[in-house]
Design a binder for this molecule. Structure first.
Ligand SMILES: CC(C)(COP(=O)(O)OP(=O)(O)OC[C@H]1O[C@@H](n2cnc3c(N)ncnc32)[C@H](O)[C@@H]1OP(=O)(O)O)[C@@H](O)C(=O)NCCC(=O)NCCS
Length: 297
């Protein structure tokens, strides 16, 4: 199919409604194709879009047609030296004409320019087309991401956990890893909070940024030791129960087996598996001797 004339530019708050429409239409169609059942819009909660733009405005881009209309969008986050992108979407009317690749190329250039050394994404496990698309940029499809969910019950408050924005050094996960922007947005936009211990951090969303209303969501957890991990999860589950949330969702990199083991012991069930693809330095960092969960969508 012939290429198409588009301009890629930074996303603005005034683009969010159009971006949400394009994203819902694109994901509705691909999920319909992959599963035989097209989900009803809105697929992604409105808060997802505004939260992601607030977290890393430099990493969010749109593709516009000659009339200025939004035909595609990509979100990304630079967590210091670690970056990931998604969701990426192109309007079904212009798919297959190079817009997606333009957005990915611009996003990668931006992330690298800001010092990101390893970039990741998570895509559909059952779509070779997607693996092909990202492999063209050098992303290797060697990893999985597993979504876990648990029904929440009250938990007594643990000792040694603080609530606030001072995060311990996360160099034990990846040198230069920094989740400060997500911590600030969780607090500043009243969507959640951050729990810390001397050796760990858990960013927790109570508002529907990813899951629907009534469900808690953990976009990021890192703990140097098992006691840190257990205290953080006790604090998060207790906070969800206090707010009458019914479930908690967390995404774990497949290589982080000791994290998966802990979650299963706590009563979490795996409910979704994606293919994770990575490009850059030290891509096997997530199989290290620590406890770790991060969402790449
Ligand atoms: C995936 C997506 C962003 C690609 O954007 P696009 O503008 O259609 O892609 P491009 O035209 O730049 O690139 C097409 C390449 O991607 C691959 N591809 C992956 N998914 C595709 C799709 N649904 N339609 C067309 N091409 C697709 C093709 O194989 C093609 O490679 P080739 O030219 O070497 O054969 C777009 O199709 C889309 O929005 N899909 C629905 C949402 C989605 O799947 N998002 C990504 C989730 S990880």
């Amino acid at each position: 199919m012939a290429g198409i004339e588009v301009r890629v530019r930074p996303m603005e708050a005034s683009d969010l409604a159009a971006v949400a429409r394009v994203t819902d239409a694109a994901f509705g169609r691909i999920i319909g194709q992959l599963t035989g059942r097209e989900p009803a819009a809105p697929l992604m909660p409105p808060l997802l879009h505004s939260t992601r733009l607030a977290t890393d405005p430099a990493g969010c881009l749109v593709a516009c047609g000659t009339e200025g209309d939004v035909t595609g969008a990509i979100y990304s986050i630079a967590r210091g030296t670690l970056g990931w992108f998604g969701p990426l979407a192109v309007s079904p009317a212009v798919q297959g004409r190079g817009v997606g690749q333009m957005l990915i190329a611009a996003c990668l250039e931006g992330l690298r320019g800001r010092g990101v050394r390893l970039i990741g994404l998570e895509t559909f496990a059952e779509s070779p087309l997607h693996v092909h698309l990202y492999a063209k940029f050098g992303f290797r499809p060697s990893w999985t991401g597993v979504g876990f969910r648990k029904s929440i019950a009250p938990v007594p408050p643990p000792g040694g956990v603080r609530e606030g924005t001072t995060v311990p050094d996360l160099g034990f996960v990846y040198e230069g890893l920094d989740v400060g922007a997500e911590v600030a947005v969780a607090a500043g936009h009243a969507i959640g909070t951050t729990f810390t211990t001397d050796g760990g951090v858990a960013i927790c969303h109570f508002a529907p940024t990813f899951e629907g209303a009534g469900a808690g969501f953990l976009p990021f957890v890192a703990a140097a030791t098992q006691p840190d991990f257990r205290r953080l999860f006790d604090a998060v589950e207790g906070a969800c129960a206090d707010r009458r949330l019914t479930t908690l969702t967390v995404h774990v990199p497949g290589p982080s087996w000791q994290t998966i083991d802990e979650l299963v012991t706590r009563g979490y069930r795996a409910e979704r598996v994606g293919v994770r693809m990575k490009l850059g330095e030290n891509p096997n960092y997530d199989g290290g001797d620590f406890f770790y969960a991060d969402n790449w969508l």
